[in-house]
Structure formats: structure tokens, C-alpha cells
Design a protein around this ligand. Structure first.
Ligand code: NAP
Length: 310
């Protein structure tokens, strides 16, 4: 019997996803029809993204899995009508993009690019940066993206540490867990990268108290989620010099509202949630492999832990 796959994600990407999914499903020997419209009780799988019009999953009685194209699922996990298994996106394209984006912004800070790329009236102030191996970088979150980024920074020879809920053992990275571990990573991080999910436990993780633990003048790169940071506390830390600069890709409200203090702050760089995008070519492979697994009675990859919220 042919499978019905409902595409309930960004309409502007329908053409590219329908083409790549159709191709890969055929290659996997799966007979399937992909559409943006089916009778709900005839749908076998849902390819999903936040912002979709589909909010009530109750009528999708035959659906075996909802597959998010996004890595962050905080906008989906709270949906009480979604009782089907939910998977999130772990994708090599997403990882590569995040590694490149974070490496670029960490290198900007490390090399002092803002100071040293001089304009016509530039100040000839020679202050060579240390080598990366003498620069301590911390990553909060050592999941799919955090580990990939840690590997990239370690390959550039940064002195890299990371923190996660369950303590890890990763070659070349100093790994920490728990509250004491968090304090240790913060205390050593001249540059801190946030790659945690948005859950009740991570909300305002960077606040007045935790920012005070960091070395004076530390820099922050946040491609994780806006609510990880207490905005008022960060602005105060930036004004006092405790934090010298922050590069923020994600915010509590997106797009970041006009008039938000981050826009005008001299020591904040705002980017429009572009750190890394899900790539249709690689993401479609993940979706199709999960459908293949489910049809074969195998376990789904990247299942969301509803209780933990990620
Ligand atoms: P992931 O694989 O689920 O990893 C999450 C990491 O955070 C894990 O290491 C997890 O610990 C840790 N963690 C979760 N709750 C914690 C807590 N309370 N205390 C300590 N550590 C905790 O997620 P991912 O794929 O790496 O993605 C991370 C986040 O990046 C996403 O949730 C999303 O918000 C963001 N993102 C942003 C963009 C962008 O363009 N800006 C793009 C993609 C993703 P364990 O390892 O112990 O589970």
C-alpha cells in the first residue's frame, strides 16, 4: 500500500522538499505520495515545521510519526494534541552550517577583527591576538550541534570545554556536567557559545549570577535560543564591561522588535536567526530513513523526549 506523507512545513520550500523526498523515497523502495493536502485520517507521516497552519493533530489518527524539520522543538513539545511520536532534525547540513557560523564569530572575537581591521583614520594599535590554543572557549550544550562545533573549535586548536546534562567523554574537549560543572565552564570561558535547547530548565540560564562567574570582558555567541539569556542581565553586564560583546542570532521575540535595546547597543551584534538552516537535500535523507525504519518496525532516530522538552 502506498504511504501518504503530509508536508506541513514552510510553503516556500514545498517544491524543493517534494522533489528531494519523492526521489529518495523511490530510491528507498517506498511507494508514497507526498502532498500538502490529505484527509487527516489518511495520513501516515507528517513532515512538520513550527509556524505551520496545522496545530491540531487529533484527527491524524493513522499518523505513525511527526517529523520536525527543525532541531529546536520548543514550539511543538507543548502541543497537547500531538500524541504521535515526534522526531527532531539532526542533519549533517545543519551541523556544517552551525560549525561555520560559530567558527566565524569566535574567530572574529579571538582575532580582534573589529579592532584590527582599520579604516582610513584607523588607530595603529598593535595588539596581536594570542594563539587559539591559549584562548579558552566554552560551549553550553554538547548535543548534535554542540559536539560538532566543539570538534571544529578544537580542530582550530582552541582550548575547548563543554557542558551538558549528562556528562560526556569527548576526545580533545574538557567535558563537564551538573551545577559545579556549569560554574567551572563559565569561570574559564573567555568566549562562550550557547547551544542548549529552550526548555523550562534552561530558561534564563545566563543571568546576573552566572554572568558574574565569567572572566571580566568575556564574549558571548548565542545561536541556541533567546530565552537562554536574561536580556536585562546581559544588557547590565554589557554596560558594566563584565561582558565585552555579544553576538545574538536568536531572541525571545523574532524578528527582534524595532526599538529593542539590542539593536542600538554598541557591543551587541544582531543576526536574524540565520546561524544554520535545515538543508532540504540532507534533511530529506533523514526523513526518508526514518520512514524506512518505521515501516521496517525499527526504532525512529532522534525521538524527542517530551518530558525533558528536547
Ligand atoms: P541536542 O542534540 O538535543 O543537544 C542539546 C544539548 O543540550 C545536549 O547536550 C543536552 O544534554 C544539553 N542540555 C539540555 N538541557 C540541559 C540542561 N538542563 N542542562 C545542561 N545541558 C542541557 O540539540 P542540538 O541539535 O545540538 O541543537 C541545540 C539547539 O540549537 C536547538 O535546540 C536549537 O534551539 C538551536 N538551533 C539553532 C539554530 C539557529 O539557526 N540559530 C539552528 C539549529 C538549532 P544531554 O547531552 O545530556 O542530553
Amino acid at each position: 500500500m502506498s504511504l501518504n506523507i503530509l508536508y506541513a512545513a514552510n510553503p516556500s520550500e514545498w517544491d524543493v522538499y517534494s522533489a528531494s523526498l519523492s526521489f529518495l523515497l523511490k530510491q528507498a523502495g517506498l511507494s508514497a505520495c507526498i502532498s500538502r493536502e490529505f484527509a487527516p485520517d489518511e495520513v501516515d507521516y507528517i513532515v512538520y515545521a513550527p509556524g505551520s497552519e496545522l496545530q491540531d493533530f487529533t484527527p491524524y489518527t493513522r499518523c505513525k510519526a511527526v517529523m520536525s524539520l527543525w532541531a529546536g522543538v520548543e514550539r511543538i513539545t507543548g502541543n497537547k494534541t500531538l500524541t504521535q511520536p515526534l522526531t527532531r532534525m539532526v542533519d549533517s547540513g545543519l551541523e556544517e552550517g552551525m560549525c561555520e557560523w560559530v567558527a566565524g564569530h569566535v574567530l572574529r572575537y579571538h582575532l580582534g577583527m573589529d579592532r584590527h581591521i582599520l579604516g582610513q583614520n584607523g588607530d595603529w594599535c598593535q595588539q596581536p591576538p594570542p594563539l587559539a590554543r591559549n584562548r579558552r572557549v566554552g560551549i553550553l550544550g554538547l548535543g548534535a550541534l554542540g559536539q560538532a562545533v566543539a570538534g571544529t573549535l578544537a580542530a582550530l586548536k582552541f582550548d575547548t570545554a563543554g557542558w551538558s546534562r549528562s556528562e560526556k567523554d569527548i576526545a580533545g574537549i574538557s567535558c563537564y556536567g551538573g551545577d559545579t560543572g556549569l560554574r567551572a565552564v563559565l569561570a574559564r570561558s573567555e568566549i562562550l557559545v550557547l547551544l542548549l535547547p529552550d526548555t523550562p530548565e534552561t530558561t534564563n540560564l545566563l543571568n546576573t549570577d552566572t554572568l558574574a562567574l565569567m572572566p571580566r570582558g568575556a564574549m558571548i555567541v548565542n545561536p541556541g535560543r533567546g530565552p537562554l539569556i536574561d536580556d536585562e542581565a546581559l544588557l547590565a553586564a554589557l554596560d558594566s564591561g563584565q561582558i565585552s560583546h555579544a553576538t545574538l542570532d536568536v531572541f525571545r521575540v523574532e524578528p527582534l522588535p524595532a526599538g529593542h535595546p539590542y539593536w542600538a547597543h554598541a557591543n551587541v551584534t544582531v543576526t536574524p536567526h540565520i546561524a544554520s538552516d535545515t538543508r532540504a537535500d540532507t534533511a530529506s535523507q533523514v526523513v526518508v530513513e526514518n520512514i524506512r525504519r518505521c515501516e521496517a518496525g525499527e526504532e525512529l532516530m532522534f525521538l524527542v523526549d517530551r518530558e525533558a522538552g528536547y
